[in-house]
Ligand binder design. Structure first.
Ligand code: ADP
Ligand code: MG
Length: 268
C-alpha cells in the first residue's frame, strides 16, 4: 500500500472509467480518451483492470506481446500507432494471466491483481492515469477506489433503461465514496442512417442527461454509433486517428471537457 501511495503521487489526474454493466463502451471510451489526451500532448498511462473482459490489448493491437520485467518492475507497453500520436503507456490485466487458463476471479483476487498492476508497473510521471475498471458495483471496485485517490469517475452508459438502472447504482456508489468529480458519458446515443441521413434513436433518447441531473453528476456528452470506429477498434487502431470521424469528434469534445474539469477540481 505504501508503494502504491508513492507511485500515485507521480500521477497528476487519476481517472476511473466505469459502467454499471458490460458492453456499453467502457473500453472504447477509455482507449479513445487516452489517445485523445496523448494527442493533446499529455503523458498518459492506461491500465486495463477489467478482469471480466480485458479488451484493451485487442483494441490497441498489443495482444500476444510478451511483457518485459526489469529490476522486478513490469515495463508497460508503449503504443504510438507508428508515431501518429505521442506514446501512451499501457498495461493490461490480460498480460498477467495465461489466456487458455480459465480462472474464477473472486473479489479479493481481483483486488490483489489490480494492486499489483498499480504497484509493480513502471508507470513513471503521468499527467493522466486512466483505469478501465471491471463493470458493476462489486466490493472489489470499492476497495480499489479507496486505495488510490481517484480524481474523477467517468461512468459510461447507453440510453437504454436497463443500462441506466445499473449506471445509477455505479454513479451513486462513486459519489458516496467521495470522488470529487463524476461525469456521465452516454454512448451509442443514436445512429445516423447512412442511406437517408436520418437520426435513429436505437436505445431511446436523453437518458444519460436525465440520469446526470438525477444523481447530481456532470453530463459530459453523447457518442453516436460509428461503424468506422468499430471497424478500427477490431483492427486494433484508436478511432481518434480518424480525423473528423463521428466518434473521434465526440470523444475529443469529452476529453476537452475533462481537462477543464480536472483543472477546476484539482488546482496546482
Ligand atoms: N459508439 C460506438 N460506435 C460503434 N461501435 C461501438 C461504439 N461503442 C462501442 N462500440 C463497440 O461495441 C463493442 C463493445 O464496446 P466496449 O467498449 O468493448 O464495451 P465495454 O468495455 O463496456 O464492455 C466493441 O466492439 C466496440 O468496438
Ligand atoms: Mg471493456
Amino acid at each position: 500500500m505504501k508503494k502504491i501511495k508513492e507511485r500515485e503521487k507521480r500521477w497528476k489526474y487519476k481517472i476511473a472509467v466505469l459502467s454499471g454493466k458490460g458492453g456499453v463502451g467502457k473500453t472504447t471510451v477509455a482507449v479513445n480518451l487516452a489517445t485523445a489526451l496523448a494527442k493533446r500532448g499529455y503523458s498518459v498511462g492506461l491500465l486495463d483492470a477489467d478482469v471480466h473482459g480485458p479488451d484493451i490489448s485487442k483494441m490497441l493491437g498489443i495482444e500476444n506481446k510478451n511483457i518485459m520485467i526489469e529490476e522486478k518492475e513490469i515495463i508497460p507497453y508503449f503504443v504510438d500507432f507508428g508515431g501518429k500520436i505521442p506514446a501512451i503507456k499501457v498495461m493490461t490485466f490480460g498480460s498477467l494471466v495465461e489466456e487458455e487458463q480459465p480462472i474464477v476471479w473472486r473479489g479479493p483476487l481481483i483486488t490483489k491483481a489490480i494492486w499489483q498492476l498499480l504497484r509493480d508497473v513502471r508507470w513513471g510521471d503521468l499527467d493522466f492515469f486512466i483505469v478501465d475498471f471491471p463493470p458493476g458495483t462489486g466490493d472489489e471496485i470499492l476497495t480499489i477506489i479507496q486505495s488510490i485517490n481517484i480524481d474523477a469517475a467517468i461512468v459510461v452508459t447507453t440510453p437504454q433503461n436497463v443500462a441506466l438502472f445499473d449506471t445509477r447504482k455505479a454513479a451513486t456508489m462513486m459519489k458516496e465514496s467521495g470522488i470529487p468529480y463524476i461525469g456521465i458519458v452516454e454512448n451509442m446515443s443514436y445512429l445516423i442512417c447512412p442511406h437517408c441521413g436520418k437520426k435513429i434513436d436505437i436505445f431511446g433518447e436523453g437518458g444519460g442527461k436525465r440520469l446526470a441531473e438525477e444523481v447530481g453528476a456532470d453530463f459530459l456528452g453523447e457518442i453516436p454509433i460509428d461503424l468506422k470506429a468499430r471497424e478500427m477498434a477490431d483492427k486494433g487502431i484508436s478511432a481518434i486517428l480518424h480525423e473528423g470521424g463521428i466518434l473521434a469528434d465526440a470523444i475529443e469534445g469529452i476529453a476537452g471537457a475533462i481537462v477543464e474539469q480536472m483543472k477546476r477540481v484539482k488546482k496546482p
